[in-house]
Ligand binder design. Structure first.
Ligand SMILES: C[C@@](CO)(OP(=O)(O)O)[C@H](O)COP(=O)(O)OP(=O)(O)OC[C@H]1O[C@@H](n2ccc(N)nc2=O)[C@H](O)[C@@H]1O
Ligand SMILES: Nc1ncnc2c1ncn2[C@@H]1O[C@H](COP(=O)(O)OP(=O)(O)O)[C@@H](O)[C@H]1O
Length: 302
């Protein structure tokens, strides 16, 4: 086999509860992730010379690094090192997930590269070994392997499937410019100042909404501790959230560290209507519809 193609999803945090800053520079998190149907594709092609190269096409491709700053590159290099692989790989990434949008695009490409290279090189790591490597690459990477709806703890890298039913219709309002995840966490610390920060806890109402599959209850329970910091850094996002609520979204929340805003719709027809209305406000340059949950990074060819 000389080619493997992996399709890999974006995520939205249904809850992102941020605890104290740890001594390792990460914050303790309690997160509920959901994988949604906006995808990147990663094609891994065998090359004999031991080199890893990356090419990126698709939406906002120019904003993505091609060197070892690319998370997919790092994933391939880490797997090669761990498994003693000497052949190389060319990674062709087609971006469909917004870049620096709070939707885990880079992390998802890292998960995809692990899955693709594992198949291409025949390293055949088991699920838990892949999850360990994923955790070394970034807080969101293990979830991108798992997909579905899952609870994250630690700094977000310890993931377990959530008891959840139902399918949800989402609308995502993209912003012109991405936001830096470390900058948003740092701004939250500034807003919190010297106040004591409690260990993070996922709202019980959210887990209950997932168990019943009620979109109305889920919409009400969406929560993101990073949202106040993201709104301070990008005040126009507050208008975007208000517009979505006005057009009947069941819930409106900043996705992860932002700037993408996520809206839960009543159904597909409402999602189409909501996306048209949001686009019509002129507040957001691009709007997407997606469903969740969907599976994590999966081989689709090869
Ligand atoms: C905020 C979240 C929510 O799911 O996603 P995004 O909005 O970036 O997609 C994640 O916590 C982001 O995860 P990820 O993008 O993998 O970030 P990482 O590479 O692990 O960390 C980047 C930096 O973010 C900060 N960070 C990240 C995770 C965490 N629990 N505490 C932190 O303070 C740290 O400054 C860290 O150095
Ligand atoms: N494969 C990749 N796709 C997108 N961005 C990447 C990738 N690898 C590294 N990056 C870098 O990571 C930063 C954060 O991107 P991304 O993972 O899309 O956003 P977020 O962390 O907000 O979910 C980007 O600004 C980019 O410089």
């Amino acid at each position: 086999m000389s080619d493997v193609v992996v399709r890999t999803p974006a995520k939205v945090n249904l809850a992102l509860m941020v605890g104290p800053l740890r001594t390792d520079g990460f914050h303790e998190l309690a997160s509920v992730y959901q994988a949604v149907s906006l995808y990147d594709e990663v094609r891994a092609t065998l090359v004999p010379d031991g080199q890893i190269t990356v090419r990126v096409t698709g939406q906002q491709a120019g904003k993505v690094p091609l060197d070892n700053g690319n998370l997919a590159y790092r994933a391939a290099a880490l797997l090669a090192e761990q498994a003693g692989v000497e052949t190389g790989v060319r990674l062709d990434i087609v971006k469909g997930i917004p870049v620096a949008g709070g939707m885990a695009g880079g992390s998802s490409d890292a998960a995809a590269a692990l899955v693709a290279c594992d198949a291409l090189w025949g390293t055949k790591l088991d699920r838990s070994a892949l999850l360990d490597l994923a955790a070394r690459l970034g807080s969101d990477v293990p979830f991108c392997l798992l997909g579905g709806t899952a609870v994250g703890s630690g700094h977000g890298e310890i993931v377990a499937p959530a008891l959840a039913r139902g399918a949800f219709e989402w609308v995502f309002a993209l912003d012109r410019e991405g936001m830096s995840t470390p900058a948003v966490f740092a701004h939250l610390d500034r807003l919190r100042g010297a106040a004591a920060v409690l260990p993070p806890r996922i709202p019980e109402a959210l887990m209950a909404a997932l168990r019943t599959g009620s979109a109305t209850d889920l919409g009400r329970a969406l929560a993101n501790d990073l949202q106040p910091a993201a709104l301070r850094l990008r005040p126009r996002l507050a208008q975007v959230l208000d517009a979505g609520r006005e057009y009947g979204a069941l819930g409106a929340v900043v996705s992860g560290s932002g700037p993408t805003c996520a809206f839960l719709a009543r159904g597909h027809g409402h999602a189409v209507d909501l996306s048209a209305r949001l686009a019509g406000t002129g507040l957001c340059p691009s709007v997407r519809i997606a469903t969740g949950p969907v599976p994590g990074a999966r081989v689709v060819e090869g």
